[in-house]
Design a binder for this molecule. Structure first.
Ligand code: KG4
Ligand code: ZN
Length: 340
């Protein structure tokens, strides 16, 4: 089997249009076009996202191929995000991938976006520790919060999930209450660095098994802040760092507690994180501390492959194609609520 397979990955599930070229497990290019249009609306507007994907997809793929210094005829496989995500956005990427596959006469592989976040750990990178199977992965993004038992590249089981909001949503919605621009997660991370984690205490959920809930926490944060602002209109401005640190502490401690419980229940000590929220510096720090306390092997993805990107779709495509020999039919359609 050809070890140096060249894969074109295409990602368009939310508000990033991305294309990447992977050779073996090495990234030759990973181009991401962000959509700043959503900032002024405080969240992703689906219709605007699909329109922006339509404008971006051809130039982004073109730049990915050119900066990888390959010809389009060198591509062996095309991998695209089938779901989950915004349907209109997914349709742009999947239609383009199908047409390109047809015109180049190259095999097509459909990818689950959440599995791709996990497989980003296998992208070759200096200093990157590759997880050993089986491992547990806390997959935390703007739309999902899952604990996944990963037995192999293509064998994964969701053993815990959120019953309402995702962790990224908890970050973004709290940031919106604080008047921070979308997406607020990275800004909370930034301001929290100079804040006191114990300055404010918010309600913590009591949820069964390995599942999560963030909607109660969100309400507690909103009520506390709104009440305080009524008494002092400068409350947010005067307490921004402490508010961010306390909110971040609340969200991260919920995640860390469940991850520890998952390890106890499964007896698995190889622990990874993935998805946009895995870029959070406090989550990374607390996970390393937990690893030290319990002698876990901790795997933290390279920063640039945490948030949405097509390199993760390409590596997932490589494994699906090489190990499962799966080729996607053109009749397969994008799926907004795809699970596994
Ligand atoms: O995986 P991702 O790029 O897109 C989805 O698949 O949803 O995740 C985006 C989420 C957003 O909610 C964003 O606020 C959050 O990841 N995020 C962060 C950080 N960087 C991105 N949350 C907290 N701290 C960060 N440093
Ligand atoms: Zn994502």
């Amino acid at each position: 089997m050809n070890k140096e397979l060249i894969v074109l990955g295409i990602e368009s599930s939310c508000d990033e249009t991305s294309a990447a070229i992977l050779k073996g497990s090495k990234v030759l290019s990973n181009i991401i076009a962000n959509q700043s249009i959503h900032e002024k609306y405080g969240g992703v507007v689906p219709e605007l996202a699909s329109r922006a994907h339509q404008q971006n997809i051809i130039p982004v793929v073109d730049v990915a191929i050119k900066s990888a210094k390959i010809n389009k005829s060198d591509i062996d496989v095309i991998a695209y995000t089938k779901g989950p995500g915004l349907l209109g956005s997914l349709l742009v990427g999947s239609s383009f991938a199908k047409s390109f596959s047809f015109s180049l006469n190259k095999p097509l592989v459909s990818i689950n976006h959440m599995q791709a976040h996990i497989l980003a750990h296998f992208i070759e990178h200096k200093e990157q520790k590759i997880p050993e199977f089986p491992f547990l992965c806390l997959t935390v993004s703007g739309g999902h919060t899952q604990i996944v038992k990963v037995d192999n590249y293509n064998e994964m089981e969701i053993i815990g999930t959120t019953l309402d909001d995702a962790a990224g949503e908890a970050f973004d919605k709290s940031a919106k209450v604080l008047g921070l621009k979308y997406p607020g997660g990275p800004l909370i991370d930034k301001y929290a660095k100079n804040g006191d984690i114990n300055a404010f205490v918010f309600g913590k959920p009591k949820i069964d098994k390995l599942n999560f809930s963030f909607s109660g926490l969100k309400t507690s944060i909103m009520n506390n802040i709104n009440n305080a602002v009524q008494k002092d209109k400068n409350f947010i401005k005067n307490n921004l760092n402490d508010l961010c640190a306390s909110i971040q502490e609340s969200i991260v401690s919920i995640l860390i507690d469940k991850l520890e419980k998952a390890s106890e229940l499964t007896n698995i000590n190889n622990i990874a994180i993935a998805g946009g929220v895995s870029a959070n510096s406090y989550l990374r720090k607390k996970l390393l501390e937990l690893g030290k306390k319990n002698s876990y092997n901790i795997y933290i993805p390279n920063f640039e492959y945490c948030t949405d990107n097509a390199a993760m779709i390409a590596i997932a495509g490589k494994y699906k194609y090489l190990y499962n020999d799966i080729v996607t039919d053109y009749s397969e359609s994008a799926s907004a609520r795809l699970t596994f």
